[in-house]
Each structure stands twice: as structure tokens, then as C-alpha cells.
Design a protein around this ligand. Structure first.
Ligand SMILES: O=c1ccn([C@H]2C[C@H](O)[C@@H](COP(=O)(O)O)O2)c(=O)[nH]1
Length: 498
């Protein structure tokens, strides 16, 4: 014993995420999960706690938290607030408690990296570089408690603060960390369009695009991310019951999705410490049910270009934790209902699949309600998301690489030759190359190009139809060159005959 808690001043020294924590001088680390840390801090005095921080993910945040605890052996108590739906979904707090309750053993992470796997039904990993004895020592030196409400956390922390101060359980322990620096290919930074049939397929293409060409930037959260700005994803054919690949490589499953859809479609009462839910913003935040509004709007005026829902509140600038999903727009064209959502900031690896599926459920809900209440039986059109900061955090880079390696080539192989920009028929007419541009469906003629120089023709075609698929443009270049050679030699040219 080294005296009473009140008389002792400990200093918490973070190795990771220093700007995300609230510091005190006590011996209790308070983990608030998805509950905003300030809503707990405001009920406590700094001498009551060592540190207060949030924990979102069992595979990302937990490892850094344990490294910080190893470096601060004066922390002898841990209180974990495991209170919200988000906490249950993410499982991070449960997994942290399992580390202390059940321990860990050597194993492999889902990217095949050797690591310590926490004995928990929720996958949680700790870096293998951390000495096994240090982790064992940590587990046995900290008294931990779970709490289910802010009041309960506050009571537990205060009761620990009443106890006699304890000696640190050892000396600060720090272990090396391996980092992966990605190589970035050149590419455009602003404005991207990625299309896929399903959310799963589109996701793999998004991850590939950001991972290969995204700019590496510091995040606001003491780390790095790779980012593209204004990435539009177009999902054309997500089936009604959602497509989950087998084995499921998405970061979510059907159980998670069920919960998540409620957060978008249903209202939620305001609760202290809980940031917001999209359902709350859409249903009641501004005093109107905006989902109902757009249903009525479209039934009354099916051609309306003003079926808008807004989630951004001007007051959001004054506090942290503002919604990432900001604007939703619905549109009926050719009896088909499309939905476009704008997200100011989007974690494309961990959050986009859930965001996209949740939005798809909202689109379906609106379609079904319109069908129930009017004579409009609309088809489901595409789902579009416009992610303004489309990023992948550094702690998921290796998962992203693995996804690309395992799925991207397979997805590219499945792509057919259909190009919405149309088809180009090449012939030699008299002493010229003639290219006839037709529509992709019925083959109606929409344009004609002629000349002797293959490269010049390709450039002309690409300038006139800039949305031509890159592989299609490459193919045209090769065919036109073959035709140009035939023109020179006098051989017969037939398109696609090798
Ligand atoms: O529905 C959501 C909610 C959050 N985020 C991600 C985006 C950012 O990476 C982070 C929020 O950070 P701020 O922009 O609020 O600081 O969470 C999403 O991608 N989708």
C-alpha cells in the first residue's frame, strides 16, 4: 500500500491514441465502449480514474488498449461499460472482459497472422510481439467489473477510488509493433465511379480501388488511413433478401444486419451518451417523419426530384460525433425507384457494407409502402452511395490486402463484355477503317468514325464516349491496329477473328 487514493497522483502515459482519451490521476481505467466517454467523465473527478476511453472493435482497438495498459502498471482496476446495442453488435467490450475472464492462446488472425487469440466467442486478437508473461501478469493484476449503465459505472469507479492506493503491479512494458507500409499506385484522387451487381461485389472493387490508389493521410484519430475523395458506388442488382457470399467475406452477417436495419428504419428515443441513430434523425429529430414525407411526396408527384431526407443538423458543428450519413435522395425513372445517399465520411472496410445494406432496406421499405398506398408498383432501381471521404484505416490494411488477394481476381473474371457505352463494329471500307457505334441492346446505329490511323480513331472514340470500359478501349485499340495492318498488306480483315 502506498497511501490513499486521494493523496496519490498517478500519471497515465498513453503509447497509442493519445488524443482519444480523457486523463485522470487515479488507478481505474474506464472503457465506455460506444457510449460517448465525456458522458461518463462529467460525473467523475480526475482523481477517481486513470483514463477514460472508448472501445469500438475487438480486432482493432483492443490490442492498442492492452498495450497502453501494459505501459501503465499503476492501473489496477478496469470498469467496462457494455451498455448499448452497438456494443453488443461489435462485441469489443465482451471480448475485453473475456480476455480478463478466460485468457488467450496462440492462434491465427483472420488474415492468417500469428497472434494471441482471446478465449471468447468474439474474435479478438493481440499482437504476438507482446510477451506472453506480460499479458498473463496484466490479467492477474487488474480487478475488473462490467457495468450496464452510466450510473453503474460511476458508482463502481467511485467505490474503487475509495480504496487504499495500490503499488503499480510492475514496470512499464513496451513491445515492438510491426507496421505495413502499402505501395500506392498513381491514380485520380477526386471523383470515382464503381459499379457492381451486389453489395459484396461492389465492396471488393471499392476496397481494391482505395487500397491501390488511395492517398495515405493522417486520420483525426492518431492513426493513418488511405483515402479517395467522392467515391460513388452503384449497386445494380442486390437481391431482395441480400446476397451474403459463402464463405462470407463481408465484415457483417445476417444477425448483425437485422439489428442494423432497425437503426436506420426505426425511431429511437434520445439517450445520454448515445450519439444518434439514423432512424432517429430520419423519423423524429427535426419534428417530422422524413421517411413518411418522401413516401407521400412520391405518391403525389411520382416525377419529383425533391424526395430528399436530411440528417445533418446545423448544431452538429458544435459537438463531436456528427452523423456520417447526411443526405438521402429518391428518384423514380422508368418505373424504377433509385436511392442515392451521401456520406461525409465513410469507413469503407468496416462500415460500408452495413451502411449499404441498411440503405437498401430503406429503399425497399419506401418502394413497398408506395406500392401499398398507391397504384405505383415500382421496381427496385440501383442503390448509389456517394462517400465523400472514402477511407480504409491502417489497422485494417492487412485485412483489405487479403480480401483483394482472395476475391478481386475472381470478381474480375466474372465480368462480362457488356459495356453500357455501346458496341463498336470495325470494317475496312475501300481504303479506310470504318467504326460503327451501336447501342448495347438492340444494336441501333448511333455514330460512325473513319480514318487510317488506329490510335487516332481510338482517341476519337474515347473522347466521344469517355465512359467506355477501359478493357473495351484496349480491345478496340488492338482490333483497330489489326485492321490497319490488313489495310496495309491488303489482307482481309474480320473483327474478332484471330
Ligand atoms: O454509418 C457510419 C458511421 C461511421 N462511419 C465511420 C466514418 C469514420 O471513419 C468514422 C466517424 O468518424 P468522424 O468523421 O465522425 O470523426 O466512422 C461510417 O463509415 N459509417
Amino acid at each position: 500500500m502506498i497511501g490513499t487514493g486521494q493523496a496519490t497522483q498517478f500519471e497515465y502515459k498513453p503509447l497509442h491514441k493519445p488524443n482519444q482519451l480523457i486523463y485522470g490521476q487515479g488507478q481505474t481505467a474506464v472503457i465506455t465502449g460506444w457510449t460517448v466517454k465525456a458522458s461518463v467523465a462529467k460525473h467523475l473527478q480526475p482523481q477517481d480514474y486513470a483514463v477514460i476511453g472508448q472501445l469500438y472493435s475487438p480486432t482493432r482497438g483492443l490490442n492498442l488498449l492492452l498495450r497502453n495498459l501494459l505501459f501503465n502498471p499503476h492501473v489496477r482496476y478496469l470498469v467496462v461499460l457494455n451498455a448499448t446495442k452497438e456494443d453488443k453488435n461489435a462485441g469489443a467490450c465482451e471480448c475485453l472482459l473475456d480476455f480478463f475472464r478466460n485468457g488467450f492462446e496462440e492462434g491465427l488472425s483472420d488474415t492468417g497472422r500469428k497472434c494471441w487469440v482471446i478465449n471468447s466467442k468474439i474474435p479478438g486478437y493481440v499482437d504476438i510481439e507482446i510477451d506472453v508473461n506480460a499479458l498473463k501478469h496484466l490479467r492477474h493484476s487488474i480487478e475488473f467489473k462490467e457495468a450496464n449503465s452510466i450510473t453503474e459505472v460511476v458508482d463502481i469507479v467511485k467505490s474503487f477510488a475509495q480504496r487504499e492506493a495500490l503499488e503499480p503491479w510492475g514496470s512499464p512494458w513496451e513491445f515492438p509493433m510491426s507496421t505495413i507500409e502499402p505501395t500506392v499506385l498513381p491514380g485520380t484522387r477526386y471523383g470515382h465511379r464503381i459499379e457492381g451487381k451486389t453489395i459484396a461485389e461492389t465492396w471488393v472493387k471499392i476496397i481494391h480501388r482505395i487500397k491501390t490508389t488511395g492517398t495515405i493521410r493522417p486520420t483525426g484519430y492518431d492513426g493513418k488511413w488511405q483515402e479517395l475523395i467522392d467515391l460513388m458506388a452503384v449497386v445494380t442488382d442486390e437481391p431482395e433478401n441480400f446476397y451474403f457470399p459463402e464463405p462470407n467475406y463481408l465484415p457483417i452477417d445476417r444477425n448483425f444486419l437485422e439489428e442494423y436495419i432497425c437503426q436506420i428504419l426505426d425511431d429511437a428515443p434520445y439517450r445520454e451518451g448515445l450519439k444518434y441513430t439514423y432512424g432517429q434523425r430520419l423519423r423524429s429529430w427535426f419534428g417530422k417523419d422524413q421517411i413518411e414525407q418522401v413516401i407521400h411526396k412520391l405518391i403525389g408527384e411520382i416525377d419529383a426530384a425533391s424526395a430528399v431526407m436530411n440528417l445533418w443538423d446545423v448544431k452538429d458543428h458544435d459537438k463531436g460525433g456528427s452523423p456520417c450519413l447526411n443526405h438521402i435522395w429518391l428518384r423514380v425513372v422508368d418505373n424504377e425507384l433509385s436511392l442515392t445517399a451521401t456520406l461525409r465520411s465513410n469507413d469503407m472496410f468496416a462500415a460500408w457494407p452495413a451502411n449499404a445494406m441498411g440503405l437498401r432496406a430503406l429503399q425497399k421499405h419506401i418502394r413497398d409502402e408506395i406500392a401499398k398506398r398507391s397504384e405505383y408498383n415500382l421496381k427496385m432501381g440501383p442503390l448509389m452511395t456517394l462517400s465523400q471521404s472514402a477511407h480504409i484505416y491502417d489497422d485494417t490494411w492487412s485485412n483489405a490486402e487479403q480480401l483483394i488477394q482472395q476475391q478481386y481476381a475472381a470478381i474480375c473474371r466474372k465480368i462480362d463484355y457488356y459495356d453500357p457505352a455501346g458496341n463498336f463494329l470495325i470494317e475496312i471500307v475501300e481504303d479506310k477503317l470504318v467504326v460503327t457505334h451501336t447501342t448495347p441492346g438492340s444494336g441501333e446505329v448511333v455514330g460512325c468514325y473513319s480514318g487510317k490511323d488506329a490510335l487516332k480513331l481510338v482517341r476519337e472514340i474515347c473522347a466521344a464516349s469517355p465512359s467506355i470500359r477501359p478493357d473495351h478501349a484496349g480491345y478496340l485499340g488492338m482490333e483497330l491496329q489489326r485492321a490497319a495492318d490488313c489495310l496495309k498488306t491488303g489482307n482481309k480483315y474480320i473483327q474478332d477473328s484471330k
